[in-house]
Design a protein around this ligand. Structure first.
Ligand SMILES: NC(=O)c1ccc[n+]([C@@H]2O[C@H](COP(=O)([O-])OP(=O)(O)OC[C@H]3O[C@@H](n4cnc5c(N)ncnc54)[C@H](O)[C@@H]3O)[C@@H](O)[C@H]2O)c1
Length: 331
C-alpha cells in the first residue's frame, strides 16, 4: 500500500473495465477510498451490467482497500451527479474525479447517423461535464480538488471518428476551462490521452484480425506488456495526488511506459492590417504570409504512440538507470 492518496476519496467513471479499472485499483492501492462508477455497457454503449463495477470493488476490498460501486449512466445529468453524491455521502467529500467512461460508434462524417453522433457526445463530453460539474461544487467549497479526464489522440483528427474526435477535443476545452475557473479554489484539471489495449482496440479491424489469426484478443495478450491499460494509472494517480498541485490545464499522452506532455496551441503567424481586410487582399497576401513555409497538416491522430516508440533511446538523455528523457528542440 502506498500513501499518495491516503485519506482521500475519489470517483472514477468507467472504472469497471480497461483503463478506468486500472486507475481505480491504483488509487485504492495508494490509500484512496474509491467510488467505482460503471454502467456495464457494451462497447457501443448499450445495455447494463452490474458485474464489471462490482468485480473491481471486490478486487479492491480483497486487497485491503476501500471501494463502493455505482452503476449509473454518466450521460444522464442526475445519475452523473448521483455518482458524486454517493462519494460525498459515503466518504464525506470528493477529492478527485477521473472521467474514463466511454463508448465508440465509429463512422465517416458522410455516413454517421444522428444517433451515432449523439450517443458518443453524450457519454464522453456530456458525461464528463455531468460528473465534473457535480464534483466542482464540493471541491470549490472545500478548497481542494483534482480532476482528470480521458481525452484521446483521436481528438486531433481521427478520420473515422468524427463524433469521438469532437467529444475528446471538447473534453480538452472543458478541462482548460475548469483549470482556469477553479484555480483559485486549489482545484486542478488535466486531460490525458491514454492508450492501452482494451476491448476498444479488440474492436478495430486489426484487433479482429489478430483474434482470427491467433485465437486470442489483443487485450488478453497485452497484460503485463507495454500495451497493458494499467500503464496509464501511475500518471493519473500522480495527477490526483497532493503532489501535483501546480499541474493544471495540461494535456498528457500516455503510451506504453512513456509519459508525454503536449504543447498548448500557440500563435505561429500573424498578418496585421490597419483596417478591415478585403477577401481579395487576403487571397493575395495569404500564400506569402500566413502560409509561408507551408501550412501544417492536421495532426496525425493516433500516430503519436507509434512515432514515440519508433524514436531510439539515443534520442533521449539518460537521467538515471531506466529513466530516459526527451524534449522537443524548439520549445
Ligand atoms: N484504450 C485506448 O487505447 C484509449 C485511447 C484513447 C482514449 N481512450 C479513452 O479512455 C477511456 C477508457 O477507455 P477503455 O479503452 O478503457 O474503454 P473500455 O470500453 O474498456 O471501458 C469503458 C467503460 O466505460 C463504461 N461506460 C460506458 N458508457 C458508460 C456510461 N454512460 N456511464 C457509465 N459507464 C459507462 C463501460 O461499461 C466500460 O466499462 C475512454 O474514455 C476512452 O475513450 C482509450
Amino acid at each position: 500500500m502506498g500513501t499518495m492518496m491516503r485519506g482521500r476519496a475519489a470517483v472514477v467513471t468507467g472504472a469497471g473495465r480497461g483503463i478506468g479499472r486500472g486507475i481505480a485499483i491504483a488509487l485504492a492501492k495508494q490509500g484512496a477510498a474509491v467510488v467505482v462508477g460503471d454502467l456495464g455497457a457494451s462497447l457501443s454503449g448499450e445495455g447494463t451490467d452490474v458485474q464489471p463495477a462490482q468485480r473491481v470493488v471486490d478486487e479492491i476490498r480483497a486487497a485491503g482497500g476501500e471501494a463502493i460501486a455505482h452503476y449509473g449512466d454518466v450521460s444522464d445529468f442526475e445519475q452523473g451527479a448521483d455518482l458524486v453524491e454517493m462519494c460525498v455521502k459515503q466518504y464525506g467529500k470528493v477529492d478527485a474525479v477521473v472521467n474514463c467512461a466511454g463508448n465508440l460508434r465509429d463512422r465517416m462524417i458522410f455516413n454517421i447517423s444522428e444517433d451515432e453522433w449523439d450517443a458518443v457526445i453524450a457519454v464522453h463530453l456530456k458525461g464528463t461535464f455531468n460528473v465534473t460539474r457535480a464534483a466542482s461544487i464540493h471541491m470549490r467549497e472545500r478548497g481542494y480538488g483534482r480532476i482528470v479526464s480521458m481525452s484521446s489522440s483521436s481528438a486531433l483528427g481521427a478520420a473515422g471518428q468524427p463524433n469521438y474526435a469532437a467529444a475528446k477535443a471538447g473534453i480538452m476545452g472543458l478541462m482548460w476551462s475548469c483549470a482556469n475557473g477553479l484555480r483559485k479554489y486549489n482545484v486542478t484539471a488535466n486531460s490525458v490521452m491514454p492508450s492501452g489495449v482494451t476491448r476498444m482496440i479488440d474492436s478495430t479491424p486489426r484487433g479482429r484480425q489478430v483474434h482470427q489469426e491467433t485465437g486470442n484478443w489483443p487485450s488478453e495478450m497485452a497484460v503485463g506488456t507495454e500495451g497493458d491499460p494499467d500503464n496509464v494509472a501511475p500518471l493519473v494517480v500522480y495527477l490526483c495526488s497532493e503532489q501535483s498541485a501546480s499541474v493544471s490545464g495540461q494535456v498528457f499522452h500516455s503510451t506504453g511506459y512513456q509519459i508525454v506532455r503536449m504543447e498548448m496551441p500557440r500563435f505561429v503567424r500573424a498578418l496585421r492590417g490597419t483596417r478591415r481586410w478585403e477577401p481579395e487582399e487576403i487571397a493575395e497576401w495569404f500564400p506569402r504570409t500566413l502560409a509561408d513555409g507551408g501550412l501544417a497538416e492536421p495532426p496525425a491522430a493516433g500516430g503519436f504512440g507509434e512515432r514515440l516508440r519508433a524514436m531510439s533511446d539515443e534520442e533521449f538523455s539518460e537521467l538515471a538507470d531506466g529513466v530516459l528523457f526527451w524534449r522537443a528542440s524548439n520549445v
